[in-house]
Design a protein around this ligand. Structure first.
Ligand SMILES: Nc1ncnc2c1ncn2[C@@H]1O[C@H](COP(=O)(O)OP(=O)(O)OP(=O)(O)O)[C@@H](O)[C@H]1O
Length: 314
């Protein structure tokens, strides 16, 4: 890979192109393409079995795709010269020798890449494990293991991070901690891709969303765009409802009576306000209604969920 195209690709950090992977009769990935940009937290969302983990495993060289490309900094994982310095991953928090202390676990990993003890000590502090650094991992709670996994992912100070369901099984403190850490890592200019099947969680953390279903791309969008796309019209309360409704209908909007007010589709809150002002109609309330991101997500993925239920029942 040479020339201007290669340079552009390096800037993109994660690129998944037409990725396909079958397990027997199941297409885990079915022509999936998307890119993840630096400086953002990108949520990787999809119902159970939609291919998120498989995609991450292919990106990390842990599974081979049947066709297509999964690139980090413009290269396949196996072509990376110093992988730990380019991409860090949290896949399975149960990994790690139970007999080893947290510090020794990180030191062993660090040595494979010539990373010194000082970085290990710094990371144990960053993830809040400095106080238990000499305790054996076997006695760690799930939350402590997640923190250790994240320290391992950060060892080589990589620009790209892949986190598979990092909040699974964590208490509210742990969830808040991971959320803040992901935001801080993105603010440092890193590319952070984090998988989840909980839209509510991602809505609080992610700037962008890549939504997949049955191994295919359903949406690649910013959180704000998704909210806009799922607007549910404008609810207006006024003492002169019939008059305003007639004026709005004349202007081309669709109007219905609802909840002691009128529901307007096809007109923005600004247009409604100006039209009412021009006619001297007082407005008591003008509220743009959006579906919650959770509802938007349910709508986007409904087909994949139904299909999966059929597959499981078969
Ligand atoms: N090693 C494997 N052998 C056989 N089938 C597999 C294997 N790994 C994944 N699959 C299948 O591939 C599909 C995608 O699974 P994958 O784990 O990638 O989805 P996911 O989106 O990560 O799901 P979840 O949210 O449940 O973790 C599923 O139908 C799954 O059963």
């Amino acid at each position: 890979m040479r020339g201007p195209d290669a340079a552009a690709r390096v800037g993109r950090m994660i690129e998944v192109r037409e990725l396909t992977k079958r397990y027997g009769g199941t297409a885990a990935l079915d022509g999936l393409s998307f890119e993840v940009r630096p400086g953002t937290v990108t949520g990787f969302l999809g119902p159970n079995g939609s291919g998120k983990s498989t995609c991450m495993r292919v990106l990390l060289g842990l599974a081979a795709a049947d066709s297509g490309a999964a690139l980090v900094n413009g290269r396949r994982y196996r072509e990376l010269e110093r992988p730990l310095h380019e991409v860090g991953a949290l896949l399975d928090a149960s990994a790690g020798h139970g007999d080893r202390t947290a510090r020794d676990h990180l030191r062993c990993l660090a040595r494979t890449h010539g990373i010194g003890d000082r970085r290990v000590t710094g990371l144990l502090e960053r993830v809040g494990l400095a106080g238990v650094a000499r305790r054996r991992i076997g006695g760690f709670s799930l939350g402590m293991r997640q923190r250790l996994g994240i320290a391992a992912a950060l060892l080589g100070d990589p620009g790209v991070l892949l986190l598979d369901e990092p909040v699974n099984g964590l208490d509210p403190d742990g969830i808040r901690w991971i959320r803040e850490l992901m935001r801080a890592l993105a603010a440092e200019g890193r590319t952070v891709l984090v998988s989840s099947h909980l839209m509510g969680e991602m809505a609080l953390t992610a700037d962008r969303l890549v939504v997949v279903g049955r191994g295919r791309l359903i949406a690649d969008t910013s959180v704000a765009e998704l909210e806009r796309r799922f607007r549910r019209g404008v609810l207006v309360r006024t003492p002169r409802a019939a008059e305003l409704a007639a004026a709005l209908a004349e202007a081309g909007a669709t109007v219905s009576t609802e909840d002691g007010g009128i529901a307007v589709h096809g007109s923005t809150a600004e247009e409604i306000g100006e039209l009412a002002a021009a006619r001297g109609i007082p407005l008591y309330e003008v509220a743009t209604r959006s579906a919650s991101l959770e509802e938007a997500y349910m709508e986007l993925t409904a087909d994949s969920v139904a299909h999966r239920a059929e597959e499981v029942a078969r």
